[in-house]
Design a protein around this ligand. Structure first.
Ligand code: F6P
Length: 546
């Protein structure tokens, strides 16, 4: 769509926003059908955006915008294997990873399905061998612990999924080391026995400095305890760079590959998911893939007006671009999704935190919001004050399961659900000055005190939130949830007119760190750095104890 047509849409949407009654309390009172008109389902997963300040006209305009921006055409191009990652000239086919039975689209004349299935089969055999004790450590002991060394997409997905699927975890314990800070690997290995530990080095490029440094440290840990020859028994790798893995010394039958058409932050579905597969078993891993595939099919085929990822993306874009809200909070009322906000930070902010549009010119709207969050109910006792009464409006996304995995703790689950519903209700309804006064007077408070305190107890309300409700956090549901968010980020990226699949913004810091290492080591002078950096280096040397 050309810029003037897009600007016209933007003007219409802004006008629409000013004309819409922003009083959501009144909107619910006036329209008993509001919930059913602004909610949609995929299977047992419900998306409720009725507590956002939109009406039928808003949704109709957003739907037209999506069509005019080519959301469906771009979606189809992605599924077909077109090189939609234009700045890296790559296809974007993580969706093929969760459809291992299909032949899949062709890349360079070759259907990807066969490769996907064969890596999945190899991972499954390896995972089963570790889980069953068929594959053992160098001294003949079964593997009790796996340590995944990776960062970013080679860490956040597996960490998040391992925690989320704890009730299904019946394999070796899984640990994750990502940070270059030596404390991370030190504290992780400190509790482990080298004889019973398997290290998985997970890196798409096999060059990431954090991962390679931690991998070398782990290699020394194994070699010092068990001898050089033991290393092969205690390592496996996941990478697209098979030559670099071989040079590191990991045997080919313990290397699981993937391809440049799988972005790091979209990689948990393939070999990067190996630690998850060892933890929960291949069958449950495949259930997670099947769940994601179900959401892919829904995204691919459902009309936009019933399409959960499209709707989530359109409302997210509306909040960011038309309402100009700078952030979104993701609050899972599901303790096992405690790392979902961190996972979504990479998925969303690395994908859509861009300022250059597809044609190389500066973007003409704000792009991806700040994404943050913590599980409820904990967040309620920390930052919810700001969500309810702060000067910025931050849309909140609540995620909650109707059922917990602990039937004996049903009262906990009921309290969790009540709290989740209460928060979205409070954000929407708020409390007027009159209501605050009435409540305090009814509680017997002195009227003079009531007048003083009432303004502090006012909640403006009208604060938008979305709720995603599902039956139970099982592997298939988790797969659907992650795919829902992936495609939402895709939809928003199309509307921002950016490439959601590169990440050039992480490069400069990496380059400068490489150049600063010899300075910090004292091998080069800091004199040619800026005054702040040079001053900090000097202070480091003043404080350094070794
Ligand atoms: O620094 C960003 C990044 O490139 C991410 O996109 C990626 O997930 C992460 O680093 C790790 O990269 P690799 O898997 O190549 O080690």
């Amino acid at each position: 769509m050309d810029r003037s047509a897009f600007s016209q849409f933007l003007d219409d949407l802004r006008a629409q926003r000013s004309s819409v009654s922003m009083d959501m309390r009144a909107a619910f009172q006036a329209d008993p059908q509001r919930f059913s008109r602004f909610s949609a389902r995929q299977g047992d997963m419900l998306l409720d955006w009725s507590k956002c300040a939109v009406d039928d006209a808003t949704m109709a305009l957003l739907g037209k915008l999506a069509k005019a921006c080519g959301v469906e055409a771009r979606r189809d191009a992605m599924f077909d294997g077109a090189h939609i990652n234009v700045t890296e000239d790559r296809a974007v086919l993580h969706t093929a990873l969760r459809d291992p039975g299909a032949s899949g689209p062709a890349i360079d004349g070759q259907a990807v399905g066969k490769d996907v299935a064969s890596v999945l089969d190899a991972m499954s055999s390896f995972a089963e061998a570790i889980r069953s004790g068929k594959a053992r450590g160098a001294t003949g002991k079964a593997i009790t612990d796996i340590v995944n060394i990776g960062i970013g997409g080679s860490d956040l997905g597996p960490v998040m999924v391992t925690l989320a699927l704890a009730p299904y975890h019946d394999g070796p314990r899984a640990h994750y080391v990502s940070n270059i800070d030596g404390a991370h690997i030190h504290d992780t290995l400190a509790g482990l026995d080298p004889e019973t530990t398997l290290i998985i080095v997970a890196s798409k490029t096999f060059t990431t400095v954090e991962t390679m440094t931690n991998a070398q440290t782990a290699k020394r840990w194994i070699a010092q305890a068990l001898g050089e020859k033991a290393v092969g028994h205690h390592f496996a790798a996941v990478s697209t760079a098979l030559d670099l893995v071989a040079a590191f010394g990991i045997e080919a039958d313990r290397v699981f590959g993937f391809w440049d058409w799988v972005g790091g932050r979209y990689s948990v579905w393939g070999a990067i998911g190996l630690p998850v597969m060892i933890a929960i078993g291949p069958q449950r891993f495949r259930q997670m893939l099947a769940g994601a595939h179900e959401m892919d099919e829904h995204f691919r085929t459902a009309p936009l007006s019933e399409n959960l990822p499209a709707l989530l993306g359109l409302v997210g874009w509306w909040h960011r671009v038309v309402c100009l809200y700078p952030a979104r909070a993701v609050i899972p009322y599901d303790q096992r999704l405690s790392r979902l906000p961190a996972y979504l930070q990479q998925l969303d902010m690395e994908s859509n935190g861009k300022s250059t549009s597809l044609d190389g010119t500066p973007v003409i709207t704000p792009t991806g919001p700040l994404v943050w969050g913590e599980p409820g109910t904990n967040g309620q006792h920390a930052f919810f004050q700001l969500l309810h009464q702060g000067t910025d409006i931050i849309p909140v996304e609540f995620l909650v399961a109707a059922n917990g995995h602990e039937p004996e703790l049903q009262y906990h689950q009921d309290l969790l659900l009540a709290n989740c519903l209460a928060q979205s209700e409070a954000l929407m309804k708020g409390r007027t000055l009159e209501e605050a006064r009435t409540q305090m007077l009814a509680g017997g408070m002195d009227p003079a005190k009531v007048e003083k305190l009432a303004p502090h107890r006012v909640f403006s309300g009208n604060r938008p939130s979305i709720t995603i409700l599902y039956r139970l956090l099982d592997p298939a549901t988790l797969g659907r949830l992650i795919a829902l968010y992936e495609h939402r980020v895709f939809v928003e990226g199309v509307l921002y007119n950016i490439n959601s699949f590169d990440q050039w913004g992480v490069e400069l810091g990496k380059e400068l760190a490489t150049r600063l290492l010899p300075v910090v080591e004292g091998k080069e002078s800091a004199a040619d750095r800026d005054a702040s950096t040079a001053g900090l280096v000097k202070q480091i040397f003043d404080l350094k104890e070794r």
